[in-house]
Write a protein that binds this ligand. Sequence first.
Ligand code: NDP
Ligand code: 8X3
Length: 277
Amino acid sequence: GRRLEGKTVLITGASSGIGRSTAFEFARTAPNSGLKLVLTARRIDALRQIAADISKETEGNVKVHVVQLDVSDSTAVRGFVAALPVEFSDIHILINNAGLVRGVAKAPEIAELDIEIMFQTNVTGLINMTQAILPIFQARGSQGGEGDIINIGSIAGREPYVGGSIYCATKAAVRTFTESLRKELIATRIRVIGIDPGQVETEFSVVRFYGDKSKADAVYAYALPISSLILGCEPLKPEDVAEVIVFAATRRQNVVIADTLILPSHQGAATIMHRKS
Ligand code: NDP
Ligand code: 8X3
């Protein structure tokens, strides 16, 4: 908890899944250290509920500010930092988590809108957020800057699969951007951290099937109708990924957890899962 003392953490996509769990994990790790959280997503009501729950759990010690922000809206991202209340503007840790998958279509049947939304959110949104926050980090300290950028990629960025070409391409782009950024910032104390989860049970698959919960449940229960993805294994919980994110953020300043692949024990690769009988 001491390494988070007085820090402000900004999480994108904090309204559900990994982002939401990461907010709670930070609060639980440093409930009495003057930690502040800035939680952003499109669903502001969900963020307000999470803020209220964290406030209650920490008896108001962890201060939470919520902002409705669509990361795919470049204009909104550009105005975001200037609109932050002074109390929450000294960001130390940026968690670029907002992201989504839409559909399981294969070329040439991939909807143009899905392509646009995935790239605009997962890639352009993540890059725009990074560029908006970096000047805050670069102005801190005497060593070219201080702060953490934690980018949520995916196993899908390392192992492309059938029916996931666009999503996989966006996550490969995240991986490449993350690696370039780390190289660009080596003369500073800004840490660039890549976190690549395997399968995690969140709202991810509900979003993939455009809100069809029964299809999403099937991903985690039986067999997903894409590729050879055999499921019915036990996925990770979002808390599992949140723990790794907070671990990375709480290492000694000179330690960069540069690259992390996190799998449930029954996952061997993006599309190799051991099936519970
Ligand atoms: P969820 O669907 O549960 O959460 C996604 C979050 O992203 C939500 O809070 C959502 O908030 C937010 N989001 C989506 N689009 C936007 C947008 N345009 N602007 C702002 N926020 C947005 O899924 P996960 O928790 O699983 O996903 C989090 C990250 O983890 C994603 O980047 C995903 O690609 C990645 N990931 C997920 C894996 C999995 O198996 N679940 C595996 C590997 C990586 P709202 O809708 O309120 O805007
Ligand atoms: C999500 C992981 O491979 O199940 O990033 O689409 S995958």
